[in-house]
Design a protein around this ligand. Sequence first.
Ligand code: ATP
Length: 374
Amino acid sequence: MSLSPSGWLLPAGHLPASARRPRVVALGGDGIGSEVVSAALSCLEALDAPIDVVTPPHGPETRARLGTPFPDALREELDRADAILFGAVDTGPEGSADILRYIRFSLDTYANIRPATSVPHVPARTGGGATDLVIVRELTEGMYPGREGDLSELARLAPGLEDHLGYRLPGEGAFALRVVTEAASRRIARYARALASQRKANGVGRGRVTIVTKENVLRRSDGLFRAICEQELAADPALDIDHVYVDEAARRMVACPEQFDVVVTTNLFGDVLSDVSSEVMGGMPMAPSAGVGERVAYFEACHGSAPDIAGRGVANPAATLLSAAMMLTYLGRDDLGERLAAAVTDALAAGNKTPDLGGRASTDEVARAVRSRL
Ligand code: ATP
């Protein structure tokens, strides 16, 4: 099995025909983010990718200079971008989380695409055989962006609220609001349908879409999500549709991930399941992702800012390199995306591995090994 970014996401439908080069904003973010983004930019340069890359100031040093990690000039760059290559975010108060929130919620990048494909010479830490699955996670609603409050407020607003058993709210505590709308469910289901069809046509997937919910408990919200997904997916009779509860989906992701092709789910479930499925690729430092909207998309590794190894030059750049390969595919250069992904696989096969994969190579050494294969 080879890593194939063209099986992982749909190309952008809205980009202008070759009149201008796509504009890419590259942001390291926090911790190891700048190290892995630098590695990816060096490979994009070696590929001679026909994109214009801008690297606006942001993050901790901008906070020290301007009092904010997210200056207006950065917002303007993000608004003009065709694609964004992102490093990592430290979700603490000093981190760049506001930038990622803007990209996700204000730029409406609603489809979070998280592939998990077996990598030659990198053993999976899950059961099952060769796997090539993609999680399509709704990224704008569900439990995010954290609408929470005190139970006393909720009791005042909704005095008659009862659970399935007829019990009222406890007097004290906190609540979190989970939102599912028909519109958001419909557009994520459409993305999953188109991706499954494309994968089947390309001979990558089997044309199966698995809807994951907890509808047996969340009857209204997940009931709506499932019903809309089933309706949208039924529009392509060539697809094989099934539904699995999230707890069973998590077990299968570990035991037999090869059973999945495209998985479509809500925000929190997709977040958790994709961390589990990254073990197919040998762990989070290998797992790429994209957040795709109608107008722009961003590309980032699934891992976080890894403060424990930041600055030591040992971060595995593979997830960011593969995210950059997804970006090239999204921008219509699947030939370059496939080349970059193949160079990453070859470099790993030749033993260029960082310590998380049991090797001794540095971030720069892995990047150099990838560049030499481009
Ligand atoms: P967050 O809350 O932002 O997800 P986290 O600390 O929970 O952060 P990560 O930052 O992903 O999660 O780190 C989890 C572990 O994985 C850490 O031990 C970290 O060193 C390791 N790790 C993450 N990314 C990489 C990478 N690219 N290369 C090597 N190790 C990594």
